[in-house]
Design a protein around this ligand. Structure first.
Ligand SMILES: *Cc1c(COP(=O)(O)O)cnc(C)c1O
Length: 398
């Protein structure tokens, strides 16, 4: 797709976020003058190493961890994969893991790979509201369970899971617990000590830093087997020369995410509610997918009856509006979102779902613009009745 001429109205912050100008400023010296290797013995490298240490402390502070408990990785996906990998490798007798049916594809695909290798995976289901039953996690834990991995908040529905309760169960049973908290910085207060989690994944591009940098928190004292083997970087826990500029950016963004809690997140919540209520009031046949609460302040997932999300997104795109559907393109055709299907939506209902996700940069004017454009788009698509794929396609191409 070519660059858009007009302004962009961005409602896809759960997919990625704008890099904060302060973050760009913080990382730039490490792309220009300070390009040394942090592992080098001379001071030109050491100074860069100090910047990495500083960033590690900033990221640790975001989740109330100790700096030595943070391992920088290439992304949230790597962090998720690394947690499950380490749990199985450090406990060779244990061949069972528990996760949910609505995890990010990082966990889903890794779990499916494990199943092919003879590891048993229990996929905890969710109800229509996108919520899981803690009791089912409890029931699923066995003698040979190597890890329980449950995301903190869902990237599609925004639904927040009762992590504290699940951790309490895992503690009693003596099973390590990992949470994918990628969607939460700046939205939920994070405290690994209070939560009691063993592993936690983050990804910087979901909190206004660049793509390609993430971290895994590993509670001090927990055995850990590296996922990427190589040099002695990250205290021997993750090989590969440090992505210094991105690490510095992540540190700055982590510091800023702490400041986004409180008044800022409440502004986003009010804005999201105004957007959601505005859509529900002005357009008939719209339903919210997932519980109203507890939910991320940024997220709204709505199904539009008799409309295909892909057609809605195409027409929104023409107006400069960016949003997304949870559906995935698999071998040339669209498959409905695994999250919405797990919630019990019919495939048709799931294929009409659009996710709007906001950030601290989302303005009132952007929401006004969306509320102005969306009703006409839905009317146009529905007017292309009878609702065949062809007529929707005609509406899109007219
Ligand atoms: C985006 C996302 C990931 C993946 O992070 P990457 O850095 O893009 O690999 C994992 N989990 C959740 C919940 C996400 O939203």
């Amino acid at each position: 797709m070519s660059m858009s001429d007009g302004p962009i109205y961005y409602f896809d912050n759960n997919a990625t976020t704008r890099v904060a100008p302060e973050v760009v400023e913080a990382m730039l010296p490490f792309l220009t003058e300070q390009w040394g290797n942090p592992s080098s013995a001379y001071s030109f490298g050491n100074e860069v190493g100090e910047a990495v240490d500083n960033a590690r402390a900033q990221v640790a502070a975001l989740i109330n961890a100790e700096p030595r408990e943070i391992i920088f990785t290439s992304c949230g996906t790597e962090s998720d994969n690394a947690a499950l990998s380490s749990a199985l490798q450090t406990q060779p007798g244990k061949r069972h893991v528990i996760t949910t049916a609505v995890e990010h594809s990082a966990n889903i695909k890794y779990g499916q790979m494990l199943e092919k290798r003879g590891v048993e995976v229990t996929w905890i289901p969710v109800d229509r509201a996108g919520q899981l039953d803690v009791h089912e996690v409890h029931e699923a834990i066995r003698e040979d369970t190597a890890m329980v991995s449950v995301m903190m908040a869902n990237n599609e529905s925004g639904v927040i899971f009762p992590i504290e309760e699940i951790v309490a169960i895992c503690r009693i049973k003596g099973v390590p617990f990992h949470t994918d908290a990628v969607q939460t910085p700046g939205k939920i207060k994070l405290d690994v000590k209070a939560l009691g989690v063993d592993h936690l994944s983050l990804s910087a591009h979901k909190l206004h830093a660049p793509k390609g940098i993430g971290c895994l928190y590993v509670r001090h004292g927990l055995p850990y087997q590296p996922y990427v083997l190589g040099g002695g970087q990250e205290s021997g826990r993750r090989g590969g020369t440090e992505n210094v500029a991105n690490i510095v950016a992540f540190g700055k963004a982590a510091e800023m995410a702490v400041d986004s809690l409180g008044a800022e997140v409440e502004r986003v919540r009010a804005l999201r509610n105004r957007m959601e209520e505005g859509i529900l009031e002005t357009i008939p046949g719209v339903t919210r997918n997932g519980a109203k609460e507890p939910r991320l302040a940024s997220t709204s997932n709505l199904s539009f009856a008799d409309c295909e999300a892909e057609a809605i997104l195409l027409l929104l795109n023409r107006e400069g509006i960016c949003a997304s559907s949870g559906s995935a393109c698999t071998t040339g055709s669209m498959a409905p979102s695994h999250v919405l299907i797990a919630m019990g939506l019919s495939p048709e209902h799931a294929m009409g779902a659009v996710r709007f996700s906001l950030s601290k940069y989302t303005t009132d004017a952007e929401v006004d613009y969306l509320l102005e454009k969306l009703p006409g788009i839905i009317e146009k698509l529905r007017g292309a009745s009878p609702k065949t794929e062809q007529s929707a396609a005609e509406a899109v191409h007219s």
